[in-house]
Design a protein around this ligand. Structure first.
Ligand SMILES: Nc1ncnc2c1ncn2[C@@H]1O[C@H](COP(=O)(O)OP(=O)(O)OP(=O)(O)O)[C@@H](O)[C@H]1O
Length: 122
């Protein structure tokens, strides 16, 4: 691929494409709305009970980790559906592993949430 010089206009265009990807993710994926609700609940709870700067950083990273995992999972699902719409054991493995990555991220976030909130709530 031919390398072009740095241009703010092309960086801005790439940013617009990325934002388009995120908005299409919300339009197509119900899970995105569940994550959004969970994200809002966590930040409202953090504001109500009060968290330190480090606790807030841990929550932001944990939540961002889940969002990124979910977006990559959606990409992998779409690629697999594009590659073939036939039943195939390799596709099943790839999709299930991608879903497993989301579950791992969600459990990690749950553990972070428990460490931060349980001592403040009980
Ligand atoms: N082409 C395929 N070949 C084999 N197994 C598949 C194929 N497509 C999906 N599966 C499997 O069927 C099950 C359900 O798949 P599906 O894509 O409906 O997942 P899901 O968990 O409902 O995902 P989502 O709700 O995020 O769309 C999963 O175990 C998945 O791996």
């Amino acid at each position: 691929m031919k390398s072009q010089g740095f241009s703010f206009r092309s960086r801005l265009k790439s940013f617009r494409f990325a934002m388009e990807g995120i908005s299409r993710f919300f339009l197509a994926e119900h899970n995105a709305w569940l994550h959004l609700i969970a994200t809002i609940v966590v930040f409202v709870l953090a504001a109500v009970v009060g968290v330190t700067k480090n606790e807030l950083l841990a929550l932001v990273f944990a939540i961002g980790f889940v969002w990124v995992a979910e977006m990559f999972n959606t990409c992998i699902e779409r690629v697999m559906d594009f590659v073939s719409n036939q039943r195939n054991s390799d596709i099943k493995f790839i999709k299930d592993l991608a879903a497993g990555a989301v579950l791992t991220a969600a459990l990690t976030a749950l553990a972070v949430g428990a460490v931060v909130f349980i001592p403040k709530l009980f």
